[in-house]
Design a protein around this ligand. Structure first.
Ligand code: MRU
Length: 361
């Protein structure tokens, strides 16, 4: 599924996830502001996907700067300095589009660091370097997801019946998916009997996107309402819970789609393993616990309306946090591209990152 299409020098084309599964329509973005708006309005969503798209947004900002320079509308300062100002401003705009998933800020900072290095080392042609970097962000995410799939496979019991939540699939990433990456790998290995996809109110990512992805790949899927999860666990219909993440702190607190915490509490009560699959770009080592994670609150009309139709009194006060925090005590393991952290906590998570530093040195 080519949901993020981009060739340097061309506009970014995003499959409009708001219109799935009914129709496949693309939205074109030629500027970083259009990218920020597409992220804010959920044309594209899912933590690693918005990171990959934000990286392209930064490359588009550099292209906008180059265009203005050619047309003589550039700033009065030195070339490199003015470009950095433009990129920093674009980075702020992109970061403000959605606050919880750290992949977005991570990708923006990576692009800024690349531009700064190019400037310091006089590499020249910063636009081309940023375009290459944006492509690398997406390519690395895809590769990471395939590795997450391979690691996660080792945790699946034979004939696994898996409960998943929201959409942590190809659509939520640069491709293949995190939690759905494990499910894809498990399906290829013949280990998945059935996936139970929670519909995920109010945005219905589970019903509209996860069920869509799984149906397309002929992976057996049963769609359930979110409030069926307890009944399904009580009746021993699932073996594991497996879902993605939007931000993971160094102590192992996981921000994910609102309702994740409820599932984790239910899973603990029913002694069902609870697995989180996420790339390293989803970790925020500066954050210690859940209090360090900003939780996005979205528009009341996402709750009071369904497919554009009012389903509640419009005057009713609405509280609509888009994410919640699950503490590490409820998480059996976190699956990353670098391996599995069991009983996640600060020690295991920092060791995972230290491992990377060792193998890079
Ligand atoms: O609001 P969304 O759709 O961007 O939220 C995405 C999620 O919370 C998903 O559950 C997912 O696990 C994170 S992306 C792989």
């Amino acid at each position: 599924m080519e949901h993020i299409q981009w060739d340097p020098g061309k506009p970014l084309r995003l499959l409009d996830q708001r219109r799935l599964p009914w129709e496949q329509v693309y939205v074109a973005c030629s500027t970083h502001r259009e990218v920020a708006s597409a992220i804010k309005n959920m044309v594209v969503r899912g933590a690693p996907a918005i990171g990959a798209v934000a990286a392209v947004g930064m490359a588009l900002a550099a292209a906008e700067f180059a265009r203005e320079e050619r047309e003589g509308a550039g700033g009065p300062e030195g070339e490199g300095r003015a470009l950095m100002d433009v990129l920093e401003e674009a980075g702020r705009c992109l970061k403000a589009s959605r606050p919880t998933a750290v992949n977005l800020a991570w990708a923006v900072d990576r692009m800024l660091a690349r531009a700064a290095r190019a400037r310091e080392e006089g590499e020249g042609d910063t636009l081309r370097l940023l375009q290459e970097e944006a492509r690398a962000v997406a390519a690395e995410d895809l590769a990471a997801n395939r590795r997450i799939g391979r690691h996660g496979l080792t945790l699946l019991p034979a004939g696994a019946r898996i409960l998943t939540y929201c959409n942590a699939g190809a659509l939520a990433t640069a491709g293949y998916g995190t939690a759905l990456g494990v499910i894809r790998a498990g399906h290829e290995a013949g280990r998945v009997r059935r996936v139970y996809a929670c519909e995920t109110r109010p945005y219905l990512q589970g019903a509209r996107l996860t069920a869509y992805e799984l149906c397309r790949e002929k992976i057996p899927v049963t769609l359930i309402t979110d409030n069926s999860a307890g009944y399904i666990m009580f009746n021993k219909m699932i073996d594991i819970v497996l879902l993605g993440a939007d931000r993971i702190t160094r102590q192992g607190f996981v921000a994910n789609k609102i309702g994740t915490y409820t599932l984790a509490v239910l899973a603990r009560e029913h002694k069902i393993p609870f697995f989180v699959a996420a790339p390293l770009s989803t970790f925020d080592l500066k954050a210690a616990d859940g209090r360090d994670i900003p939780i996005e609150e979205r528009e009341p009309r996402e709750v009071t309306r369904l497919a554009g139709k009012a389903i509640a009194c419009e005057e009713a006060e609405v509280f609509h946090p888009a994410f919640d925090i699950t503490p590490p005590s409820l998480i059996t393991a976190i699956i990353t591209e670098r391996g599995i952290v069991r009983d996640p906590g600060e020690e295991g998570i920092l060791a995972l990152f230290a491992e990377g530093r060792k193998s890079c040195s």
